[in-house]
Ligand binder design. Sequence first.
Ligand SMILES: Cc1ncc(COP(=O)(O)O)c(C=O)c1O
Length: 389
Amino acid sequence: MFEEQEKILKEEFPQLLDRVWLNSSAFVPHAKSVVKAMHQFINYFHDPTIGEAVDNHFRDVTNDTMDGAAKLFKCKSDDVSLVINTAHGLNFPLLGIDWEKGDNIVTSELEFPTNYYPWKYISRRKQVELREAKINEKLQISEDEIIELIDDKTKLVALSLVQFNTGQRVDPKRITKVAHDHGALVAFDAIQACGATEVYPKEMGADFLSAGGPKYLMGPLGIGLCYISSNVVESMEPPMQGTGNYDFTDGDWMNREKPYHKGAKRFQNGTVPFYCVAGLNASLKLINSIGIETVSKHNHSLIEQLIEGLEELDLQIITPYESSRRGVLVHARVDKSKDLNKIVETMEEKHKVTISTRYDGLRFSVHLYNTEDDIQKGLVALKHTLKEI
Ligand SMILES: Cc1ncc(COP(=O)(O)O)c(C=O)c1O
């Protein structure tokens, strides 16, 4: 528990007071301030007198959101671009790299489809080799293997910072160092980490780090953040083009020689869902008001409690034990005879505890609104459920 938690729970998440939400890896119920910010934005557009002021409104909300993202990521606001989902950010290297036959992409077998299909597509289209580090006997990916797969023909290393299924977290600095030594770029799918734990893309040496809003960033569906390194901004043309890439702040719309925006914003090619930006702005404010270090510490401590309790119930923990090696989700396996969907359903309907099933096991995830009591209730509910079904 952290100092402001009780107040935040009452004011922002009253809908969670009589239930236990251990499913933030899937999505997060909106905080009240997120809903309010979106309503305000929609109401603003209901008003026909807004006229020209609308552009200023877009700009203010966007700038405020970028400042929030910069604070969360410990980078400059110029290093962040708005994206509509995680894949959007990963499509920047997909479309922006000059792929040649014989190049390769290094990834892993554990990835969510978002971080697989873009690479499968380009591999087919351009005869680029797709190299996947194997899932080992512990259902984890070996970083040594990832590193061995990188060579001078590697143009991109694309990995999840935290895996959606097992919760394994890679050591990003180790990967980016080797990739850069070979002249490759590194893109992280960070949706399972941003907002829940410290994610500092500049310190990691990431070239791209993309995260959709609706999970731990606690934002609305349809908006997210993508960090883009200054090295990429200087060396890669934004591959998706439109008005948004260019600096039209002077309103000179017929000018055909406009320069790109400064920084990562040049990768945004047009209007984004601003209602959602307003919501994301509010959720970033909420996370930043507590501080990501505090949120992370809180989440990791609940995960420790959870792992201990799950082990007492004889579940097999697949997630790495070391906190630096995992996110804030736990993947645990139950006896094979048990019906996983039935467990999830019973937990939900009978005990008001929301979890999910992924990858032949149960997935439990925590965030800033969870308490030690939630974990205890979740464990008791699981114990009963396992006996009942
Ligand atoms: C690791 C990971 N990446 C990406 C996504 C979602 O991708 P997108 O934001 O492009 O819809 C998920 C959603 O479950 C995920 O777990």
